[in-house]
Design a protein around this ligand. Structure first.
Ligand code: RBZ
Ligand code: NIO
Length: 349
């Protein structure tokens, strides 16, 4: 069962968009000494150099952002932010908006996919409804959020990240949020709705067309956001996307590496990549359902290489949680394998 947050962080408060912007511009970099030490040990282990492929990279990534020469995965947190979307009144999801609250209840009773996956990978799940699941305003009519509500959601996400956390997996729940995420991606990358509209939870052809038109309508209403990623996140995002952005930002400031789950989370975090050239360097992307879809497009624009495929297209942080098993295996190899000297294995001639 997802528990309530077991810590009380010194709560960060943000009074203005400008303060948020400065937090996004002043990001720490990875610990290069830790990364070099990890790379050095990797070379001594009983395998041909580079033969564990991406697993080797993952250990360096983990240690670099944890600032530890011996990375650890004792405390793995999954945060699932939930929110509702006024834009659902445009008929952009095949599911009723009431499913958001019903799924939050399902999470609390342990009945969702994420509950099962979290258990199998030994991660602690927290589900956080944002703004009491009150919907945002329909962003085809006005800004989705006021500055105050947007900053509140960002800070809720920011303060939900514990600095004791070794790895943070982000997930979301919000009927209609694939449209919010697609609109945000369309705004950030200055492309039309048809490029970014995806089938989400199973839109049919007519639904997909409606979605593309809704995105275009929002883009023409909010033209002023085109050069301001945070304004884009406020005007056409959603509460759970804003919280995801806040948590991704907090993790960077608190030395916590992040696994982003699929399209919605990655779009939510994308403003950070536009505000800082290495803004998402502490993140990895869990999965892309296909190699042709919108997540793949977003990943390639952001320089993120998904860890998994598996046709996953659920959300809830399910892909991010699954990726923990790979990251655990990477770390187990790095810490548990013998060196050539220890195992008396001959080196390459
Ligand atoms: C039962 C159910 C469980 C889910 N778990 C995650 N999502 C996923 O689908 C939603 C977004 O899709 P769209 O934009 O098409 O509405 C999000 O809540 C996402 O997490 C679910 C959706 C449903 C119906
Ligand atoms: O890839 C995702 O993040 C996704 C896809 C469908 C529904 N919800 C989320």
């Amino acid at each position: 069962m997802p528990s309530s947050l077991p810590f009380s962080n010194a709560a960060h408060h943000l009074g203005s968009m400008q303060e948020l912007r400065s937090l996004c511009h002043t990001l720490p970099q990875a610990d290069q000494a830790a990364q070099s030490a990890i790379a050095y040990r990797e070379q001594q282990l009983t395998k041909p150099e580079g033969s564990l492929g991406r697993l080797e990279e993952l250990t360096r990534w983990l240690g670099g952002w944890q600032r530890r020469t011996t990375p650890q995965l004792e405390n793995v947190q999954i945060l699932v932010f939930a929110g509702n979307h006024g834009v659902t009144q445009q008929g952009i999801s095949p599911w009723p908006a009431t499913v958001t609250a019903q799924m939050v209840s399902n999470f609390h009773h342990g009945g969702a996919a994420i509950n099962q996956i979290a258990k199998t990978v030994g991660a602690c799940l927290h589900v956080i409804p944002v703004h009491n699941l009150q919907p945002t305003a329909d962003f085809t009519q006005s800004a989705a959020m006021t500055e105050q509500d947007f900053l509140h959601a960002v800070m809720l996400g920011y303060n939900a990240v514990s600095s004791d956390c070794d790895l943070l997996c982000l997930g979301e729940m919000g009927i209609g949020n694939t449209t919010a995420a697609a609109t945000l991606a369309a705004a950030l990358f200055k492309e039309k709705g048809v490029i970014w509209a995806g089938r989400g939870t199973g839109a049919d052809d007519a639904g997909l067309k409606r979605k593309a038109a809704v995105i275009d309508k929002a883009l023409s209403l909010h033209q002023h956001i085109s050069s301001d990623p945070l304004e884009a996140a406020r005007c056409i995002g959603g509460y759970e996307l804003a919280a995801t952005l806040g948590a991704t930002l907090a993790a960077r400031h608190k030395n916590v590496p992040v696994v982003l789950d699929g399209f919605v989370c990655t779009a939510a975090a994308a403003p950070l990549a536009q505000l800082h050239p290495a803004g998402l360097a502490h993140t990895c992307l869990s999965h892309c359902a296909t190699t042709t879809g919108q997540t793949h497009r977003l990943a390639s624009y952001l320089g993120l290489e998904p860890l998994l495929g598996l046709g996953l297209r659920l959300g809830e942080g399910s892909g991010a949680a699954l990726a923990v098993s790979i990251i655990r295996a990477a770390l187990a190899c790095h810490t548990g394998m013998a060196t050539f000297t220890e195992a008396a294995v001959s080196q390459k001639t």
